[in-house]
Write a protein that binds this ligand. Structure first.
Ligand code: G3I
Ligand code: 9MR
Length: 547
């Protein structure tokens, strides 16, 4: 892990088994600079990793807790990159991961005071957005102009999608709900800083304000996305000037919107002085969207012929219904929402934009002490513990020592790694089982350098980090270094973008199919839903790791 470790954390490095002289079986930790040996240990057994095609051994130096700057030494191999053991090891990273959202804001100029070298003109005011034929209604026929400003750009592209905004925004709100003390004092240096609202909420409000505009006040339905007809080229936001459209009202958008607004409503209730009426407005918006979804339970996203941008399509909405119901239940206390959740048949899985059932269970667990008595407390605890137990068991089989399995290497695999870590950290909070925290740490390590391609997947963080993300501002701004704080998608064998790339992927193996090139939207794009668990997990490790 190029970002190092907290003193009390599990500390493990992965050592290639080939290349070590006469099969070295020992390691030492040396002080960076002086080379003085501070610890020696035995390497774990050599284990083959089918995902990366190599054989590795683990070096466990968890018992080294003294803050300092170190390197790992194994005979026959170059010394590792230097790393630190420090009390605030992940604090700057957490700030950076949140500031990435500020850099991806639509509809605002980034000034030098807050954006430094990455200052840029405003793009996409979205005050002149057209209702697409697919979204036409009596009150708002096709061609109607609406205003739908603010929000974050979804990713490396400049469009705004409700489904993905829902999970991204909710995950940031979950981070706040779980670790308020950690975030309370954090300063992000964004325009709203110092206004009496914690900055994580200030940043999240930029997107919530946009999401509210995506609800049609005439019927409570929510547009699926706000988009160009086709993706912009690699230009700065201010130079991307295509007509924008709101496209189709969908059940998934209404439900993800309802879940997010219900959550935001309870989070913002204590800030009614700064945001008069906001919490109540969000609660009403959530309930209206919920009613629309129940009246229109099968309005699946169907990409119109003239629209070519991201789809976020999903035809199994049992989990979306469950998640929205759960958040409405927590916020309102109304047992009818608990019944609507259909708890016995709602599965807990690692969250992703298309599979949100786990978010329902995580929220219920987080609020377990304050739920209406109708909630099945034993079921809540067992759903989380069972899922975390499965992830911890997967770690035992993994040569690299983390929860990832072959099937987890999908588009956005790094977010799978991080969402697994989020589940594990939450399960540790719930059960106190130390193994869960250690596997969360291992997965986080995987993002920050403990991986087959020996790279930190977060721009601007770590000694050897991703340099060329598929991110239009990073490509077009004329600055060599990418906009910092973004986790890139990560390795996955699909390589759907190879036709778009001159450079070849170095490998087709799941854990090595990663291309650090601007062309690679299938392995090297950034996205708001991928950064959110990075925010959660880096805060969780800081807040939960025993000293
Ligand atoms: O649903 C199938 C599943 O049944 C099958 O087993 C599996 C096998 O690979 O594929 C699943 O579909 C995948 C789908 O995501 C759902 O997970 C597709 O293969 C995969 O290509 C698809 O990737 C999505 C990608 O857009 C392409 O649509 C990513 O999850 C999603 O994060 C990404 O999102 C894009 C937006 O569209 C546009 N903005 C950028 C953003 C990030 O790249
Ligand atoms: O830039 C787009 C990226 O945000 C999407 O995730 C990706 C898949 O939908 O598509 C990218 O756009 C590419 C398009 O699909 C094909 N032509 C090249 C575009 C990027 O350079």
């Amino acid at each position: 892990n190029q970002m190092g470790f907290l003193p009390g954390a599990a500390k493990v490095a992965v050592v290639p088994a080939a290349g070590t002289t006469a099969g070295a079986t020992a390691f030492s930790v040396i002080r960076a600079g002086s080379g003085a040996v501070v610890q020696q240990g035995a390497l774990g057994a050599a284990k083959a990793s089918p995902d990366s095609g190599d054989t590795v051994r683990l070096a466990d130096f968890s018992s080294l807790t003294t803050p300092g700057r170190y390197q790992l030494r194994v005979a026959g191999l170059p010394d590792s990159l230097p790393f630190e053991i420090a009390r605030g090891a992940y604090q700057a990273l957490n700030v950076g991961a949140l500031r990435a959202y500020y850099y991806n804001r639509a509809g605002i100029a980034l000034d030098a005071k807050h954006a430094g070298a990455y200052a840029r003109a405003a793009g996409h005011p979205d005050t002149n957005v057209m209702v697409h034929a697919s979204a036409a209604s009596t009150a708002r026929p096709a061609g109607t102009i609406i205003a739908s400003p603010k929000g974050w750009y979804d990713a490396g592209d400049y469009n705004k999608y409700i489904v993905n905004s829902g999970i991204a925004t909710s995950t940031l709100l979950a981070a706040w709900e779980d670790f308020p003390a950690f975030f309370q004092s954090q300063a992000l240096n964004i325009p709203e800083s110092g206004n009496g609202i914690p900055d994580i909420l200030n940043e999240t409000l930029w997107n919530l304000a946009w999401m509210l505009t995506m609800q049609d006040p005439n019927d409570g339905g929510v547009y699926h996305k706000l988009t160009d007809k086709k993706f912009d080229g690699a230009v700065m936001p201010a130079d991307a000037r295509q007509q924008r459209y709101v496209v189709q009202k969908t059940t998934a958008a209404a439900l993800d919107f309802a879940a997010t607004m219900a959550t935001a409503s309870r989070v913002l209730a204590p800030f009614d002085k700064q945001l008069p009426g906001m919490a109540a407005r969000m609660r009403t918006a959530a309930e209206q969207a919920w009613r629309w979804a129940n009246a229109n339970p099968a309005a699946y996203y169907q990409q119109p012929d003239d629209i070519k941008t991201g789809e976020y399509g999903d035809k199994d909405l049992r989990d979306e219904f469950g998640w929205a119901a759960a958040e409405l239940f927590i916020t309102t206390g109304d047992p009818a929402y608990y019944q609507a959740m259909q708890a016995p048949s709602l599965n807990a899985t690692v969250p992703s934009w298309g599979e949100v059932g786990g978010l329902a269970w995580l929220s219920l667990a987080r609020h377990r002490q304050h739920l209406n008595a109708v909630a099945d407390q034993a079921l809540i605890a067992s759903r989380i513990d069972t899922l975390a137990g499965q992830l911890a068991a997967a770690r035992q089989r993994s040569a690299y020592g983390y929860a990832m399995q072959t099937s987890d290497y999908v588009w956005g695999s790094n977010a799978v790694v991080l969402n697994q870590a989020m589940v594990l950290a939450s399960a540790y909070r719930l059960t106190g089982k130390r193994a869960y925290l250690d596997v969360a740490q291992a997965n986080f390590d995987a993002i920050m350098g403990r991986n087959a391609v020996d790279i930190s997947f977060v721009t601007g963080f770590g000694a050897r980090s991703a340099q060329h993300p598929h991110h239009r501002p990073s490509e077009a701004d004329g600055i060599a270094a990418p906009v910092p704080g973004f986790v890139v998608g990560g390795p996955q064998p699909g390589r759907e973008d190879q036709k778009n790339c001159k450079a070849q992927y170095p490998s087709a193996l799941p854990a090595r199919a990663y291309l650090d090139d601007e062309c690679s939207y299938a392995s090297n794009e950034v996205a708001i839903n991928w950064n959110a668990p990075l925010v959660y997990v880096s805060a969780a490790l800081q807040a939960l790791t025993p000293a």
